[in-house]
Design a protein around this ligand. Sequence first.
Ligand code: AMP
Ligand code: MG
Length: 481
Amino acid sequence: MQFNPRYVLLNPKLFHHQLPKPLKSAKAGHFNEALAHQLQWSDQDKAQWVEICSGQKTFTEFEPLAMVYAGHQFGQWAGQLGDGRGLLIAQILDQNHQTIDLHLKGAGATPYSRMGDGRAVLRSVIREYLAGHALNALGVPSSNAVGFTSSEQGVQREKLELGAMMLRTSDCHIRLGHFEWINQYQPELLPEFVDKCIEWHYPDCLKAEQSVLAFATQVIQRTAVMIAKWQLVGFAHGVMNTDNLNITGSTLDFGPYGFMERFRPNWINNHSDYQGRYTYQQQPSIGHWNVWNWLNNLIPLKKDSAEKEQFKADLAQCLEHFETTFLEHYTLGLCQKMGLPSIHKDSFNCGMAFLQILQTEQLDYTGSFLRLQNKEYEAIKDDCLDRRQFESFLTQYQAIREHQEIAELDQEMQLANPQYILRNHMLQIAIERAERNDFSEVDRLFKLLSQPYLKQSDLERVEDLKPLPSDVAEIMVSCSS
Ligand code: AMP
Ligand code: MG
């Protein structure tokens, strides 16, 4: 590994040095060898992956630390939070010379644990491990993980579960909530912190006349692109609190997430979200709220009152980029999924008409796009109660495609419509087996989801391709993890 320890260059008030507390009898769960390779792990590092991913081995080049941050949780100011059960154990360079954080989740209590035990359970570790892998392979910016380990140590949740640790990778663990903590508790740290964020994550902005405004715009745009990509693959994050969104627009801290099956935009995938704040359809507006809230934390950078007024107006201008960026990416992506030309004036509406059918007929999101791609129009119609609604959609759809380069549009569809997503019932089987010390199903899903756009008949099972029957009770997923 090539180390690049840089978080420690920040003011020490922003973190606390602490070593991981290993769990009893740690054992191998799963290892992402390809990712370790990208991260330039040596053969010796790879041979020691279980020790590294269980907190038994740390590095002299980097003193592990817990970060402090704050946040708004479910729309309410939550005060000080921080890494309550995760530690930054290294910052290393990948093959492209990009700095990547290695964050060990479940590594024991820290000063920021509040009432928590500092641990993660095997169930939630597998959920995050496989989803990070799936999102990356789908082309959605996201954290990933080099590996996870299980243990024999019990961890109390609603019931007693097995403790586990996961070595998460991300290009950035600086959250919107970092800025909220600084403003609330140590405002004098803000200018230097912003400078470091720009230097580390948005160095191009240093060339701009007003680097902070360029930085703000890029954070907003990247967040909007990430959420557009979530919507397109049907991903619902589940806990879009300001402490769970980072400044590089890569998906982070998704515990009670869900991949959309039957198309229900107001589906509450996280059962701790009593008001449905973070449903699939709310994600763009919540993203907007989060970055608006974040921008307010930049205002104190200007002290002089006239300057401050101008700066507020400039920041408001930056915020305008959210909606335009989101719509641009979402529209383009939806047209690709539909096999429609994005320049045609009716394409977007036609895409919306298709989604309306999926919603009223409660059809599977991923599976229906695949059927459209495979021109299985009769099969979709057969699943519709309102067949006329589908027929009128199909007439419009075929009319738009009539004078187009169909081969090109069809090819775009194949690149935009995954064959496989991570359905909750697939995860459930993998988790139940892993809890009995059998990680073969985790491995099968890992392989299948490595190439989600490619049909893999030898690896797939019929259950991977469709939702459970609608009379089977939904698997409950909550914040408990
Ligand atoms: P989350 O909703 O998982 O992003 O967590 C919100 C906050 O609670 C973060 O500051 C976490 O570090 C902290 N937290 C969550 N679970 C635990 C736990 N088991 N022990 C200590 N802190 C935790
Ligand atoms: Mg979190």
